[in-house]
Ligand binder design. Structure first.
Ligand code: PMP
Length: 296
């Protein structure tokens, strides 16, 4: 926190701060060679995440008092200080100090997580029932969905609570035009007739790192065509497969939307193939994509 490695219970932000003005990033580091095992860690797409952190800061009027290289060094130090040998989630958080205009808190918490990915992982194929939220995704003329600002997650929280109150696992947002937007914390991809389709950035989505990487490797490495275009609610209901992709959700297959079952097979074949290949990239087993990883 602000340049020092300290214990979590000492990483304090004053209760008088306006914490809704903060921003953050969600980054993961995976074990080299076998993401279900233990060993040296590699951060996935560090540069893209840190670039987005600086863009989020610019949008929200925050000045980060460290260089991108200093943040990478601080992140590596924190992961090492935790003695992490298995996969870790890294969540840099930045808040303005209201009493000291222009100054910020910079905190980089790190904690272990359980992956859905990796060969034979039973968590991947668990059934997941989604609903279309009655809450619309925040429009970009109200809050900046393209930036990773904490305030946007109040919208996600409402949708998540509604889904759980009604007995669903999670929710998918429509945007303010009525087109499909994204999940509460991940981007949506549908599959129709062998093609992956995902909504554009103008559909009030976060500019997702994972989505960008999928849009590259699906066609380039797997020969699966991928298209960016608006998706209607009805098209989503009538898709062959759908999944969420994101740092936190990794690849999360969707069984049904509003109790309408998607496709014949769950998880669908393209969802499985994309998830398996993504796991290999994360483990550093795909030579061509090794430069997407930064060793800790
Ligand atoms: N949308 C939202 C609302 C998110 O919180 C996330 C997770 N950061 C994503 C999409 C996926 O973004 P990324 O691939 O960069 O993790």
């Amino acid at each position: 926190m602000n340049g020092q490695v300290i214990r979590t219970e000492e990483a304090l932000v004053s209760a008088m701060e306006s914490i809704h003005l903060g921003i953050f990033e969600g980054i993961k580091a995976y074990v080299e060679g076998n993401i279900l095992g233990e060993g040296p860690l590699n951060i996935f797409c560090w540069k893209r995440h840190v670039d987005r952190l600086f863009r989020s800061a610019a949008v929200c009027g925050l000045k980060i008092p460290y260089s991108k290289d200093e943040l990478l060094e601080a992140t590596k130090r924190t992961v090492r200080a935790n003695g992490s040998k298995a996969n870790v989630y890294i969540q840099p958080r930045i808040w303005p100090k209201v009493a000291a205009p222009g100054q910020v808190y910079v905190v980089i918490p790190v904690w272990p997580f359980e992956t859905l990915l990796g060969k034979g992982n039973p968590r991947f194929s668990k059934e997941r029932r989604f609903m279309i939220s009655s809450w619309r995704r925040v429009a970009s003329d109200a809050l900046p969905p393209q930036a990773k600002a904490w305030a946007n997650y109040a919208n996600s929280g409402l949708a998540g609570r509604e889904a759980s109150r009604l007995g669903y696992d999670s929710a998918i947002f429509l945007d303010n035009r009525g087109f499909v937007s994204e999940g509460t914390g991940a981007c949506l991809m549908t599959v129709r007739e062998g093609k992956v389709i995902t909504p554009p950035v103008t559909a009030s989505i976060l500019e997702s790192v994972t989505r960008d990487m999928f849009l590259r490797f699906l066609p380039e490495d797997l020969g699966i065509p991928a298209e960016v275009r608006d998706i209607t609610r009805v098209e989503l209901y009538a898709s062959d497969e759908a999944f969420l992709c994101g740092t936190g959700g990794e690849v999360t297959p969707i069984t049904s939307v509003d109790d309408i079952k998607l496709g014949d097979e769950y998880p669908g074949p393209i969802t499985r193939r994309a998830a398996e290949y993504y796991s290999e990239i994360l483990a550093g087993n795909v030579k061509k994509r090794k430069d997407w990883l930064t060793s800790v």
